[in-house]
Design a protein around this ligand. Structure first.
Ligand SMILES: [Mg+2]
Length: 360
């Protein structure tokens, strides 16, 4: 038995990783992936790492600075993510653990779980008592015209995807219907196709649109109304045939519980950072199992591939590769599935030359 490993330092950096192409949603277009990269060094010779998506370049440097500010609180602390997380949550209780504070704390959680699994010499999924396994994954198709949807779906099929989520919420619902037909024209009439309104509508407007889109039987309609409008989600859910999906904007378990209590959705998809890192995702997986809700992931392919492998009601892994350009070994898709690597920890390592190139 060795002494508990302790934290010796933290480094946070902001980068703007390139996206293969701008990604158009009903609530804005992503041109690049602004990321905050976090390294936590320990006295045991391992370094745990994590990244958070800042969504807008405006937020990347402030989030990076906030994470860096945690270094004096963390120095000398044990490599014990739950214990450190409880300490940090207490320090920020009056400020509120949401927004950038929650993102910052989640990066620390993920980096410390990474370090813990590396110290054990095990992939994160095995360290947590499970094992890497192939998880069905879907690719995201931006809100482009039907010809573009067909082309993007074909390109995605060629890269190994079998399931697709279309950004939706075009000026007219029939244009979204045409997009579904375009994707299925490329991928096959029975192809798994889901829709994402990205919070664009009021409940009555979402219902009006889904009356038309229900006939195409999409796998789900995601965030038809504002993420925090649990009652609006429930109204839509009661009025349409398509399953309602939500969860990527839940800040921790309190939001998840409020959503479940409101009957907001059939399906859930927490975000590994917003829900509270590895710890928060595991808690969410337990709650999803108790509630009998199929659970998918949002962003964070690399960590989600370990965590969904442990999720009793795992459904789909979202593929949106925001970090690949700064990783030494980016995640890969094979026959429509993603499998977590057997490397110790979550398996990510930085490509330092790329980070230097994309530094903000
Ligand atoms: Mg979404």
């Amino acid at each position: 038995m060795t002494d508990t490993a302790r934290i010796t330092g933290l480094r946070a950096r902001a980068v703007a990783a390139p996206l293969a192409a701008p990604h158009v949603t009903a609530s804005g277009t992503l041109e690049v992936a602004p990321l905050v990269l976090v390294d936590i060094a320990t006295d045991a010779g391992v370094t745990g790492i994590a990244y958070a998506f800042a969504y807008t370049p405006l937020a990347a440097k402030p989030l990076s600075a906030l994470v860096q500010t945690l270094e004096p609180l963390l120095a000398g602390q044990p490599v014990a993510p739950r214990a450190v997380g409880a300490m940090l949550a207490a320090r920020f209780r009056l400020a509120g653990v949401q927004g950038m504070v929650a993102q910052a704390l989640a990066t620390v959680d993920i980096a410390l779980w990474d370090a813990s699994a590396k110290l054990a010499g095990l992939p994160l999924a095995r360290f947590l008592g499970g094992q890497p396994r192939p998880l069905p994954a879907y690719d995201g198709i931006g809100m482009v015209d039907p010809g573009g949807v067909a082309r993007d779906t074909e390109a995605s099929l060629a890269r190994g995807f079998r399931a697709f989520k279309l950004r939706a919420g075009r000026p007219e619902a029939r244009e979204d219907l045409a997009a579904i037909h375009a994707a299925r024209g490329a991928a096959g009439a029975d192809a798994w196709v889901a829709l994402d309104f990205n919070q664009a509508f009021t409940a009555p407007e979402a219902v009006r649109r889904m009356r038309l889109l229900d006939e195409a039987a999409p796998a789900w309609i995601e965030e038809p109304v504002l993420a925090q409008d649990h009652r609006g989600h429930a109204e839509v859910r009661a009025a349409i045939a398509t399953p309602v999906q939500t969860g990527e904007n839940w800040w921790g378990l309190p939001d998840m519980r409020a959503s479940l209590d409101a009957g907001a959705s059939d399906l859930i998809m927490p975000d590994a950072i917003k829900i509270g890192g590895v710890s928060g995702f595991l808690d969410a997986a337990a709650l999803a199992a108790a509630e009998g809700r199929p659970m998918s992931s949002h962003l964070y392919i690399e960590v989600s591939a370990h965590l969904l492998a442990l999720t009793p009601t795992a459904q789909m892994l979202e593929w949106f590769d925001i970090a690949g350009p700064v990783l030494a070994e980016p995640a890969t898709i094979r026959d429509g599935h993603v499998t977590a690597p057997e490397r110790p920890g979550h398996g990510m390592a930085w490509d330092e030359a790329a980070i230097a190139r994309f530094s903000l």
